[in-house]
Design a protein around this ligand. Structure first.
Ligand SMILES: [Fe+2]
Ligand SMILES: [Fe+2]
Length: 146
């Protein structure tokens, strides 16, 4: 699977978990789902930057997109840290919704613009190679986090 399909697969998983959390009422169950979201998003961001954004930085026509995406990643990580430190359930949910909206927007932009453009510039064999590296490391990371 190429890097873009790998990343899209993670996006779909995260979106499903968002949906599940939104439908869950009990705070302790919400926190359990949030734990999974946290692990998945943290690994995703780390590997996406390593295996995609780092290569985008080397191309003038992709660089600005990678810089903007990186700043969004930083805000998502900050919100994830805040959520894990928040006890008040109203505030917790408010932070969750802000994080979710940002991630949804970010994912949309990646899939609609960034991945399209990056796949043209990076080409097929590079995308495939990066996808394989991504897959290996992602599996290792998730196994460690479980
Ligand atoms: Fe991203
Ligand atoms: Fe992503």
């Amino acid at each position: 699977m190429d890097i873009f399909k790998q990343l899209k697969k993670d996006h779909d998983e995260v979106k499903e978990m968002f949906e599940k959390l939104t439908q869950t009422r009990q705070p302790s169950s919400r926190k359990k789902i949030m734990d999974k979201i946290n692990k998945e998003l943290t690994s995703h961001i780390k590997l996406e930057e390593k295996h995609l954004y780092a290569h985008m930085q080397k191309h003038d026509e992709l660089k600005d997109m990678a810089l903007k995406g990186h700043e969004e990643h930083e805000i998502v990580k900050k919100l994830l840290r805040e959520i894990s430190r928040t006890d008040d359930s109203g505030k917790w949910m408010a932070k969750f919704h802000v994080m979710e909206e940002l991630v949804q927007m970010h994912i949309k932009e990646e899939e609609k613009q960034i991945f399209k453009k990056a796949s043209q510039v990076l080409g097929r064999s590079m995308s495939q190679e990066l996808g394989e590296k991504y897959d290996r490391e992602h599996e290792q990371m998730m196994a460690k986090a479980a």
